[in-house]
Design a protein around this ligand. Structure first.
Ligand SMILES: Cc1cc2nc3c(=O)[nH]c(=O)nc-3n(C[C@H](O)[C@H](O)[C@H](O)COP(=O)(O)O)c2cc1C
Length: 372
């Protein structure tokens, strides 16, 4: 007998953002924006999820105005007249369907994209010219590069507000540029943007968040996505104790991040089981407890397998939401993001609300071949 999911359908409000339920569409790169311009197909894809009842839609990662900010030619820009006109159509259609949405603002740093041979025209940039420990790729950013990159994040955030988006998310997770500053494995700088502690290496992110906050004003919510794990190393951790986690997160909240989107591959995994046990708080739970900020959790909601295995070709079956309901009932985190299950089921939210979970499809990686 599946637990009642009513707890997912409580409204949520933060600053100017009013959500009818707790369900967020996770940001998912689809590489369906030829020449970086989102079009009618992208708008229809997001509109379908709004029609399906998603509380807050986060766009796929969309890149800032830096010459090497993306690692695949079909990742959308979030700059330039044509791309922003495409995004205008996206947000207008989502709003017409009653949805709320943020773009996920991104710089891919020195990572390699799905087409491993493709390279941007300009040199790939990152804090120390490293893709991973002892793996050089591209160039180390100068202080001028850093300043221009912070300004480009702020400009993108200002544009998201100008276009009418409801909030903005900054991608600070998964081993991309912002995370490459956090991680000692990719940040070996000896200037003020590097250092021995996570607080030292957070300076870049703090400056990005401050610039974004200044650009959008006090009432526009700013979401920051973070992860302990990196695509370069799934076992990497930026914070190995709650104290270290507080030293990482509190300055980001003080800088102006309203919501921390804490990325895990399985939402039920405890962050510090040595402290509160195997059923202990997850990353979003600890982030909320330590900072008082609102948090979003994520990872394998409604599915039997996790998403990295999906990239390796593994299919997942539909699974029940009991573990999620239990954690939501104890208010461990505020919102829950759903990724692949929303690719397979644009109406996932309505089906869950109607108690029709058995009608939901699992996830097959073949679904990534088309944008529906
Ligand atoms: C096809 C695909 C593309 C993704 N692209 C992004 C992205 O652009 N930005 C991001 O922060 N996470 C990205 N992710 C991770 C998802 O946001 C999410 O955290 C992950 O899929 C786990 O959620 P799920 O198990 O519900 O799918 C992607 C995941 C998938 C499956």
């Amino acid at each position: 007998m599946t637990a009642s999911t009513d707890v997912l359908f409580r409204p949520f409000r933060i600053k100017s953002l009013d959500l009818p339920n707790r369900i967020v569409m996770a940001p998912m790169t689809r590489t369906f924006a030829p020449a970086g311009i989102p079009g009618a197909a992208n708008a229809a894809y997001y509109r379908r999820r709004a029609e399906g009842g998603v509380g807050l839609i986060l766009s796929e990662g969309t890149v800032i105005d830096r010459p090497a900010s993306r690692n695949h030619p079909n990742i959308p820009f979030f700059h330039g007249e044509a791309a922003l006109a495409g995004w205008q159509q996206v947000i207008d259609e989502v709003h017409a369907a009653g949805g709320k949405m943020a773009p996920q603002i991104w710089h891919t740093g020195s990572t390699v994209g799905p087409d491993r041979e493709w390279k941007p025209d300009a040199p790939v940039e990152s804090p120390s010219g490293l893709l991973a420990p002892d793996k050089p790729r591209g160039v180390a950013m100068t202080e001028q590069d850093i300043e221009a990159t912070i300004a480009a994040f702020a400009k993108a955030a200002a544009d998201s507000k100008r276009l009418g988006f409801d909030t903005v998310e900054l991608h600070g997770a998964h081993g991309y540029l912002i995370d490459q500053f956090f991680w000692a494995g990719t940040n070996t700088r000896t200037d003020g943007y590097g250092g021995a502690t996570i607080a030292d290496r957070s300076r870049f992110a703090v400056e990005v968040v401050k610039a974004v906050r200044a650009a959008v004003g006090p009432d526009f919510p700013v979401i920051l996505r973070l992860s302990q794990w990196k695509q370069q190393d799934y076992t990497a951790r930026l914070a190995t104790t709650p104290d270290e986690m507080a030293a990482w997160l509190q300055p980001l909240v003080d800088a102006g991040a309203d919501v921390l989107h804490c990325s895990q591959r399985r939402f039920w995994e405890p962050e510090f089981p040595e402290i509160d046990g195997e059923n202990g708080l997850n990353f979003a739970g600890w982030a909320k407890k330590l900072t008082g900020a609102a948090t979003i959790s994520v990872g394998s909601v409604g599915l039997s397998g996790e998403f990295i295995a999906a990239f390796g070709g593994e299919t997942s079956e539909h699974s029940d939401l009991d573990k999620l309901v239990e954690r939501m009932e104890r208010d461990e985190f505020d919102l829950i993001a759903v990724g692949r299950a929303l690719i397979s089921n644009p109406d996932w939210v309505h089906k869950v609300q109607a108690g029709a979970g058995e009608a939901l499809k699992g996830f097959s990686p073949a679904a990534l071949a088309e944008l529906v």
